[in-house]
Design a protein around this ligand. Structure first.
Ligand code: BES
Ligand code: MG
Ligand code: ZN
Length: 487
């Protein structure tokens, strides 16, 4: 896909996409009467998600026209535009389009730059498919896309927005790809190599610690989780310093279980089937720091992933074990399937004690309870800092990635105290997302902290709108905007 602002004339396109607001007739390159007629036939009203296509001819030249509904001004949102354009690009593929002209409209009360961002993301995300292992896939042509009707006074900001959006798309699709690779390919080592490659491509430093170094660091909780795996764990550290004058550093810590079988507290086959996605948080922090570095944001960011597998073997950790941690706290293992919080406890403590991060975000496919509470569309958040959460909400609005804050009352903190160790890794059968978050909160040394549980949002069982089946790349864009909004 190749995008440009006003990059070619509508006459030279083979396909034109026209977003139409609900029952609103507008003037555009002679389509006014057509749209009036279609409204009149009631085959298309401009409701969100509606699509109406036809092929027109003028002077022997045929053009595919795609009208796509985006709803009324008061219901408009970036998400609706993303989904509408995801559907439109699929139509373009059916038409075998090569040159697509996208008309932009003036949407009352909606920022023009946000419209461009949503169009680009909707098209690219909607066109993505993970099919590298299919032998019979058809090669797809590269589509040239013109974002048209941009008035001269807006060309500059439109171009800036386009470039930023292309970077965010790239970083999100990188995360989707990492998640979609099966666990026999995307091993801890492969993940560390992918981080290294991204570092070279986008301009950040990557250091990978092997098992001996992880032992030296005393990451006993992390090592307990990976003890059952023959694949050596990796501690992946990514550093980007874009604001040398500042001593503030944002820590982005991603869960990096390249596979989670549950260990001796073994999952069902169904539960295990999607557990290659248990490094979705790790993929998100690789994607986010890639975009941050590529756009040269004036911020300091250190991303950390404790990568490993949770498997069964005579060496594996067991329910009932009492293990240590880098921070020195002892942990009673109630359930070996509550492994993510153990790896994250060491990873966040490492980031604070060794990398000196001053604010910390962890992002993890942590609990099935997050799915029960909020479903697949909203990321659950636990935090100790209201202002920091408000920054996340701003970033959420920009990216369209929804978040919702859960309470962190002291009563919940009591649930993870153990009778025979400092902490236990499960706080009972209720409020599982909160207690899992608060467990990690025991290791953050009072720093402003956000915990994002993406167990529901990192994965889709079905294609839907701009989501493809499999990894979603959840977290990449919201973390990018969080860093940009002043960390
Ligand atoms: N990786 C899982 C959480 C998960 C479940 C992510 C479903 C995506 C979809 C995590 O390690 C886990 O197994 N959590 C347990 C915790 C429980 C044992 C307290 C869970 O949620 O069942
Ligand atoms: Mg687990
Ligand atoms: Zn897990």
């Amino acid at each position: 896909m190749k995008f440009g602002i006003n990059s070619f004339e509508i006459e030279t396109a083979d396909t034109v996409i026209i977003p139409v607001m609900k029952n609103k007739v507008f003037e555009l390159d002679g389509f006014e009467n057509t749209i009036k007629y279609i409204f009149h036939t009631k085959k298309f009203k401009g409701e969100v998600g509606e699509i109406f296509t036809f092929t027109s001819s003028d002077n022997d030249k045929y053009k595919n026209i795609i009208f796509v509904g985006i709803g009324s001004a008061k219901e408009i949102s970036g998400e609706k535009i993303r989904n509408a354009f995801a559907r439109s690009i699929k139509k373009c593929r059916e038409f075998l389009s090569e040159k697509v002209y996208v008309s932009t409209t003036n949407i009352e009360g909606f920022k023009y730059t946000e419209e461009i961002n949503a169009i680009v993301e909707g098209i690219e995300f909607g066109d993505y498919k993970f099919d590298k292992y299919k032998s019979d896939k058809k090669p797809q042509n590269n589509i040239e896309i013109c974002i048209g009707n941009v008035t001269t006074d807006r060309v500059k900001e439109a171009e800036r927005e386009l470039n930023e959006s292309i970077t965010l798309v790239e970083a999100t699709l990188l995360a989707r790809n990492l998640v979609n690779e099966p666990a026999n390919v995307m091993t801890p080592e492969a993940l560390s190599k992918a981080a290294g490659d991204a570092g070279k491509e986008y301009g950040f430093e990557v250091e990978v610690f092997d098992k001996d170094k992880i032992k030296e660091l005393n990451m006993k909780a992390f090592l307990s989780v990976v003890a059952g795996s023959e694949k050596p764990p990796k501690l992946i550290v990514m550093r980007y310093f874009g604001d040398k004058e500042s001593s503030d550093t944002l820590g982005l810590i991603g869960k990096g279980l390249t596979y989670d079988s549950g260990g001796y507290s073994i999952k069902t086959n169904e539960g295990m089937l999607t557990m290659k996605s248990d490094m979705g948080g790790g993929a998100a922090v690789i994607g986010a720091i890639s975009a941050i570095a590529k756009r040269k944001l004036k911020v300091n960011v250190v991303s950390v992933i404790a990568a490993g597998e949770n498997l069964i073997s005579p060496a594996a950790y067991k329910p009932g074990d009492i293990i240590g941690s880098m921070a020195g706290k002892t942990i009673e293992v109630i359930n070996t399937d509550a492994e993510g919080r153990l790896t994250l406890a060491d990873a966040v403590y490492y980031a604070i004690s060794r990398e000196k991060v001053t604010k910390i975000v962890d992002i993890a496919t942590l609990t099935g309870a997050a799915l029960s509470a909020l479903g697949i569309t909203t990321t659950a958040v636990v935090t100790n800092n209201k202002e920091f959460y408000e920054k996340l909400e701003e970033a959420s609005y920009k990216s369209g990635e929804r978040v919702w804050r859960l309470p962190e009352f002291d009563e919940y903190k009591k649930l993870i105290k153990s009778d025979i160790a400092d902490l236990k890794n499960v706080g009972g059968k209720f409020a599982g997302t909160i207690t899992a978050g608060l467990f990690i909160g025991e290791f953050i040394e009072e720093k402003p902290w956000l915990h994002l549980d993406i167990a529901g949002t990192a994965w889709r069982d079905n294609e839907d709108g701009y989501f493809s089946k499999g990894g979603t790349g959840a977290g990449v864009r919201i973390l990018y905007y969080l860093a940009q909004n002043g960390y």
